[in-house]
Design a protein around this ligand. Structure first.
Ligand code: EPU
Length: 423
């Protein structure tokens, strides 16, 4: 169960300096570990981030008679004995990503029966994109109330048009299509770097996926996939978070371990904000910044547009930019709540509706007790604390532990003053 008693104490005002390497991507590691359930042969996955979401997923696997071993960033998975066990509700509900086991379980066992992944602090998150794709591939939804029960007796190929460009929905469709012999098309597929990484992994296992990185994927499925080795791609969302940490502290930092082209819309917004940075293909250099400018419209959307997962971190930069910046969060209807926490720190914020807000800057942020409301909002609170005057106490950091590997350790190495305490 998540530890909700720990807090971060951040002493603001320190300028960051040095080099940081990002960890493997959480959102790539989760589906790739699930895809390893598609074979009875062992898979070796490296560069896996040591975060709570991964540990919880591996706990879920143990209820399916899957053997795993996680050491120094490497996971070995042996799903030769895979069976539909009793998955505890509290575990399945801990993270939405448990839904990613649906495609592989249907593919291997013809059935998935587990507690419904549950609600989400980010707002309404239906799973109709998942069930639509799985049904197109021959599955039948028996129940999707408290239990998610889906069966497939007659596999079939399909030309799937996704009802929305869903990341995990596309991933479930890909995983089931990979073990559905014949040609399947997925139109309006999500194209995020983590979806691409899953495609590369499935191809190494023996699937033939084309169109990787586009919204139109074709999959030549096979009856059996085999074991393989794969290194998880670097986390571009973590890289974006560190870039903002450097900018709001007027720091000089280098960020390594990612492909910078995965953040094109992010760079475009940094240009508009007049930020100082230099890019190589695999390194970001954030340089001490002059005056930052407001952004006309920070509009989140599906990849390659500006990532919703970087919206809250970017908003912290906007509190330090001169003028009025507008945020338009188009994906989630619960992802602006953190702005009220920034307001407590002195930010000038106007929330117009669940999707739109205006931030007027620059404002001096002050260290006060604040709360981390979800994973990315939690990271935003840390960024705000880094540039605030005085000490900020951040509660509910269990959200941050879900997806950022050793955030405080990495920031401390760069010169930040951040301490984990028991409350
Ligand atoms: N949506 C739209 N329009 C679209 C696409 C999606 O309104 O064109 C809505 C959906 O209705 C849904 C929400 O946006 O409510 C999220 O969409 P999606 O189904 O793509 O989300 P997901 O697959 O459940 C993944 C990531 C999230 C990330 C979203 C969006 C994983 C394990 N999770 O979730 O990651 O925010 O995609 O990019 O990959 C995080 O890492 O902090 C996180 C929440």
């Amino acid at each position: 169960m998540p530890n909700t008693t720990q807090k971060f104490l951040v002493q603001g005002g320190k300028t960051l300096n040095g080099t940081v390497t990002v960890s493997g991507s959480k959102n790539a590691a989760l589906p790739i570990l699930c895809a390893a359930l598609l074979t009875g042969e062992t898979c070796e996955i490296t560069n896996v981030p040591d975060i709570n979401d991964i540990h919880n997923l591996l706990k879920l696997f143990s209820h399916l008679n899957v053997k795993t071993d996680f050491q120094d960033g490497t996971v070995h998975i042996d799903a030769s004995g895979l069976q539909m066990g009793d998955v505890p509700k509290e575990l399945a509900c801990l993270m939405r990503a448990s839904i990613l086991m649906a495609g592989p379980l249907i593919g291997r066992l013809g059935e998935v029966k587990m507690p419904f992944p549950g609600g989400c602090v980010l707002g309404k998150r239906p799973i109709h994109a998942h069930t639509h794709a799985l049904k197109e591939l021959g599955a039948e939804v028996i129940d999707q109330t408290k239990l998610l029960h889906i069966k497939r007796d007659k596999p079939r190929n399909a030309r799937i048009i996704m009802p929305e460009v869903s990341v995990t929905g596309t991933e479930n469709a890909l995983m089931l299509a990979a073990v559905t012999p014949g040609k399947t098309e997925i139109r309006l597929a999500a194209a995020e770097p983590h979806v691409q990484d899953l495609c590369h992994f499935l191809n190494k296992m023996g699937a033939k996926i084309e169109g990787i990185g586009t919204h139109f994927l074709t999959i030549e499925g096979v009856s059996e996939l085999h074991g393989t080795k794969h290194a998880i791609t670097g986390d571009y969302l973590e890289a974006g978070t560190f870039a903002i940490a450097g900018l709001v502290t007027r720091g000089d930092i280098k960020i390594q371990g990612i492909q910078t082209s995965q953040l094109d819309s992010f760079w475009e917004k940094l240009e508009e904000a007049n930020a100082s940075y230099e890019l190589k293909s695999d390194e970001i250099h954030i340089k001490p910044n002059g005056k930052l400018n407001a952004i006309q419209n920070l509009r989140t959307s599906v990849y390659p547009s500006f990532a919703t997962d970087l919206q809250a971190p970017f908003a912290v930069l906007l509190t330090q930019a001169e003028g009025e910046s507008n945020i338009f969060e188009t994906l989630f209807d619960g992802r602006l709540q953190y702005l009220y926490e920034l307001e407590k720190m002195g930010a000038k914020v106007e929330v117009h509706n669940p999707h739109q807000a205006t931030i007027t800057g620059p404002t001096k942020l002050m260290g006060v007790p604040i709360s981390s409301l979800d994973l990315r909002a939690g990271a935003a609170m840390v960024l705000a604390a880094l540039c605030a005057e005085g000490t900020t106490e951040i509660s509910n950091i269990n959200y941050i532990d879900r997806g950022y590997e050793n955030l405080e350790g990495k920031l401390t190495t760069l010169g930040a003053s951040i301490e984990r305490i028991e409350s």
